[in-house]
Design a protein around this ligand. Structure first.
Ligand code: NAD
Length: 305
């Protein structure tokens, strides 16, 4: 079969290697990441365990703090003020409502390795790439959307001959998921990089793009009346994140040679994807954890600056 399947572990390996040598070379010793686990969610516990293991591989000090959710805010405030802590990650959902959004903004932007605070989200949607006028400090991007960007760079969907910021010009992408944590930021990032993105969710389809000739400085969003099955045949890349086991993309609707990427914990593509896709990435979790560490290192550098 001509389809090439790429595992996240292989894609993450070069980042892990790079992180390991950067961490070993740090004059201040390894950076410290503190994780807060304040729920009984098995996926969150798994993610926390996994963060610990990967941090061990790269030399990052990882400290998991189990707290009850009523004490979480104070625990975050303490970690914000503790100079020994370089980065903070909270395993969500905690309350599962707006209070989680509030907590995302309690984490200091200087320690927000997940890039979930308002300042980083605003900059991402507005295509503001640097935190300072001198362009010394790049903005922090949320880990899973960033991991998917890195996967697309790795497999050559980004055209490195084009200028930085325009490297998806001419590409049409579908993102099946429009959650605030992954699908919507991902559609915005890809559109800001020049792609035409069909953002698909249970309620319909939106288009994120910088318009004809990518003339706009940042993406705009438009509602469209087409259904998912009408837009999928137009797409060079289809990225899925539907959190339901029964959901499967109808591969007969996809373009021959499509690039297929799944970030859901369930397999959203049936086995027949291998007869349709040129490249298939069945999961991205390991790249996400590498991005978390990359963000930590970046923040540790900024704290030094
Ligand atoms: P969510 O429930 O917040 O969002 C799900 C999205 O899928 C929504 O936009 C919804 O409208 C859409 N959707 C649901 N059914 C659909 C359908 N039939 N057709 C089209 N769209 C549909 O979930 P989430 O937090 O975005 O997580 C999604 C999945 O991604 C989960 O499986 C989660 O575990 C996984 N995830 C993976 C990573 C990673 O790094 N690998 C990170 C975060 C989340």
């Amino acid at each position: 079969m001509p389809c090439k399947t790429l595992l996240a572990s292989g894609i993450a390996a070069k980042f892990t290697e790079e992180l390991r040598s950067l961490i070993a070379a740090r004059a201040d010793g390894p950076p410290t990441l503190v994780g807060f686990l304040a729920n009984e969610d098995p996926f969150a516990a798994k993610y926390a365990e996994w963060t610990g293991k990967t941090c061990e591989e790269t030399g990052i000090k990882f400290e998991l703090r189990r707290v009850d959710r009523e004490s979480l805010e104070e625990a975050i405030v303490d970690a914000n003020g503790d100079v020994r802590v370089n980065g903070i990650i909270v395993y969500y959902p905690v309350f599962g409502d707006r209070q989680d959004q509030y907590l995302q903004n309690v984490v200091s932007p200087t320690k927000d390795v997940e890039g979930l605070c308002h300042q980083y989200c605003y900059n991402m949607y507005h295509n503001v790439r640097f935190l300072d006028e001198e362009k010394q400090r790049k903005c922090i991007i949320p880990c899973t959307p960033l991991a998917i960007v890195k996967v697309l760079e790795h497999i050559g969907v980004y055209n490195s001959i084009l200028p930085y910021g325009d490297r998806l010009h001419g590409k049409t992408v579908a993102v099946i998921n429009r959650s605030e944590v992954v699908g919507r930021p991902l559609a915005a990032l890809l559109a800001n990089d020049g792609a035409k993105v069909y953002s698909v969710d249970v309620n319909g389809v939106q288009v994120f793009s910088r318009g004809p000739g990518i003339a706009l400085a940042r993406h705009k969003v438009a509602e469209v009346s087409e259904k998912a099955e009408e837009v999928l045949p137009l797409c060079d890349v289809v990225i899925t994140g539907v959190p339901v086991e029964s959901y499967k993309v109808d591969t007969s609707t996809l373009k021959d040679g499509v690039v297929a990427v799944n970030f859901s914990s369930y397999r959203n593509f049936p086995d027949s994807i291998k007869q349709k896709a040129s490249l298939y990435v069945p999961s991205v979790g390991k790249v996400t954890v590498a991005m978390l560490q990359r963000n930590l290192l970046r923040l540790a550098e900024y704290q030094h600056m």
